[in-house]
Design a protein around this ligand. Sequence first.
Ligand code: CO
Ligand code: CO
Ligand code: CO
Length: 328
Amino acid sequence: MGPGDLSKALKGLPCMTNINLIRGLDCPDDAGVYKLTSKLAIIQTVDFFTPIVDDPYAFGLIAAANSMSDVYAMGGKPLTAMNIVCFPTGTLNISILNKILKGGAEKIMEAGALLVGGHTVDDKELKYGLSVTGIVHPDKMITNSGARPGDKLILTKPVGTGILGTAVKAGLVNKKTVKIMTESMATLNDKAAELMQEVGVNGCTDITGFGFIGHTAVMAKNSQAGITIFSDSIPLLPDAVDFAQKGVLPGGSHRNREFYSHLVTFANGIPQHMQDILFDAQTSGGLLISVAAGKAEKLLQKLHRAGVKDSTIIGEVTKEHKGRLVIV
Ligand code: CO
Ligand code: CO
Ligand code: CO
């Protein structure tokens, strides 16, 4: 389902507001946030999808890391998680599900969270993910509407998982690249979230299904600011350019282009394959962090020291072209 279908599906739903609901559907962010006390808010999010790599254990790791990412994007910590499973019991051996769930549990433990339950339905197509509850201090919640003109934008993981995932399904990707992309997708955004809180930042979102451009455009729109992206600075997964040049693109990327094109201006000379990469639907991508220019280098150094090695300054927030992206 693309972003256009999503807005149609939500059309006409009752708008539920409450003094304690500090992020809900009236102000969509990476996750819902509900204030319990003046010092504590819960963060709720859910995500599940079909396998993107062949190895079931690795798929479990990736799906769980992806599901917890929205908690980190809000500057929070995951506390508890529940498995969501669709499984074709008639055609697949249950040992496959066991491996997926082991991968998921491994990531939940790494995040310092607890698996507390789950639900499985029989379905023709395998799907797995988590429903996650996290916590954050309500005054320290980091939203996708806080980017301020003058901020620098830091991206913490390389882009290209949608294109590479499509190439993996066609059997075109070498083992080394599969390993690198799997590790990247299976990496938690926990360290980046912790360091954002330590340094103090203005805004954050994570890069997932709507692609780099989709999520960045939402940040620009919600922050009522412009964003300029330095396309040469975007960290990329190995071979992503190669497959993009060959036109290996997932369906979700076309839908992202249709929906978000009107919010983007590409400078002359940005090649077609780079545009495709920037629209590419991502799985378990990095955090996009908007931080005051004076703190950007410090945060970047801390990220690199903590092992979030692909972190790069990839753009800046502007007063000009409010609500739009300019890609140079
Ligand atoms: Co998100
Ligand atoms: Co999400
Ligand atoms: Co956020």
